[in-house]
Design a protein around this ligand. Structure first.
Ligand SMILES: NC(=O)C1=CN([C@@H]2O[C@H](COP(=O)(O)OP(=O)(O)OC[C@H]3O[C@@H](n4cnc5c(N)ncnc54)[C@H](O)[C@@H]3O)[C@@H](O)[C@H]2O)C=CC1
Ligand SMILES: CC(C)CC(=O)C(=O)O
Ligand SMILES: [Mg+2]
Length: 363
């Protein structure tokens, strides 16, 4: 009998979600064997799978399973099949955003680290990334334009118009700013806050609050950058960044860009954290309908998300380090899924399952 048991709600979702989730679960099996721990897993439908099997993107049974769990391991949701449904019934707005809200997952951590073996897979010149970079997007996840009301599409004077509301409260900004500064202290002690304060009122407030909170962290260097410049600076010279503090939408966009610097969106994990130890762990990318069903997706983002779950929700630093090291080892050994394959000597092209097997073997 294992000395410790953690309950994990497993929500594979749509597209490549189930394919990459299967590999992350194999890694958890291996961790159970290696450490004195048991992961009690309950699977639940979410997104398109929820709609198809239970009539709703986020069925109540799924919410209940998540509530009973210590953490959620999430795949991804969405796809063309469900895009013509009313927006609030679609997988993204009907399941993913509500899950983030219901569980208070206000803090999304997206670490973009270039593995030495993958410098050739980045689209950036080697001279820009040599020596590596290690940046962390700290994204506010339950506020901003993705959530605020009113939003909708209406007809006024015979003209259809769509509208959203961008809104941030001072406490919301303060809370995520503290997370960013606390984390920066354990890293290179630099926070770059990303906004659009030359245009948006939410950003003007964002900047004021960030500056006020920063006074409590004199040991952390704060800079501000407009989001358009930040998007450019990320590809110009990513090494200048340590922690990037972003609102919901800017963090969404900037983190996809940061992912590609590391070689592929399929490499970037994420942790969506609540106050306390509860979290949902999900790849930064989506359901990748263009490659779904072919067994070729890169499972590393999902596996590293499981590693973040071990680290942040279960306090299993050693096991998380072991998973991260196993990923690095297989990359050093030359294993590559199609998205990170360069065709150079020393590389072995593998499919999703083979990559998962290699990582388990390296553990
Ligand atoms: N967290 C979630 O569940 C998210 C869901 N989505 C949804 O996913 C669907 C597709 O959205 P897209 O904009 O196409 O973004 P996407 O992230 O699914 O795909 C963008 C590109 O990255 C590639 N890619 C992503 N993950 C990969 C992996 N693990 N291995 C290899 N290649 C990978 C895809 O093949 C595609 O070419 C949409 O319905 C969207 O709303 C998008 C982002 C996040
Ligand atoms: C539904 C979207 C907000 C999902 C997404 O693109 C993300 O969280 O990165
Ligand atoms: Mg995104």
């Amino acid at each position: 009998m294992a000395s410790e048991t953690f309950k994990v709600a497993v929500l594979p979702g749509d597209g490549i979600g189930p394919e990459v989730m299967a590999e992350a679960l194999k890694v958890l099996d291996a961790i159970e064997k290696k450490y004195d721990v048991q992961f009690e897993r309950r699977h639940a439908n979410v997104g398109g799978a929820g709609i198809d099997l239970e009539g709703k993107a986020l069925p109540q049974t799924t919410i209940d399973i998540c509530k009973a769990a210590d953490a959620i391991l999430f795949g991804s949701v969405g796809g063309p099949k469900w895009e013509s449904l009313p927006p609030d019934e679609q997988p993204e707005r009907g399941a993913l955003l509500p899950l983030r809200k219901i569980f208070g997952l206000f803090c999304n951590l997206r670490p973009a680290i270039i593995f030495p073996a993958l410098t050739g897979s980045s689209t950036l010149k080697e001279s820009v990334i040599e020596g590596g970079f290690n940046l962390l997007v700290v994204r506010e996840l339950t506020g901003g334009i993705y959530f605020a009301e009113p939003k909708g599409i209406e007809t006024v004077d015979g003209v259809r118009r769509g509208f959203d509301t961008m809104l941030y409260t001072e406490p919301e900004i303060e809370r995520i700013t503290r997370v960013a500064f606390d984390i920066a202290r354990k890293r290179a002690s630099k926070v770059c806050s990303i906004d659009k304060a030359n245009v948006l009122s939410t950003s003007v407030l964002w900047r004021q609050v960030v500056e006020r909170v920063a006074k409590e962290y004199p040991d952390v260097a704060l800079s501000h950058m407009y989001v358009d410049n930040a998007a450019m600076q990320l590809v110009r010279w990513p090494k200048q960044f340590d922690v990037l503090l972003c609102g919901n939408m800017f963090g969404d966009i900037i983190s996809d860009e940061a992912a590609m610097l590391t070689g592929s969106l399929g490499m970037l994990p994420s942790a969506s954290l609540a106050e306390g130890s509860f979290g949902m762990y999900e790849p930064s990318g989506g359901s990748a309908p263009d490659i779904a069903g072919q067994g070729i997706a890169n499972p590393i983002a999902q596996i590293l998300s499981a590693s973040m779950m071990l680290r942040y929700s279960f306090g299993m630093q050693q096991a998380a380090d072991a998973v991260d090291a196993a990923v690095e080892k297989v990359l050093d050994q030359g294993y590559r899924t199609g998205d990170i394959y360069q065709g150079t000597s020393g590389e072995t092209r593998v499919n999703t399952v083979e990559m998962g097997d290699a990582i388990v073997a390296a553990l």
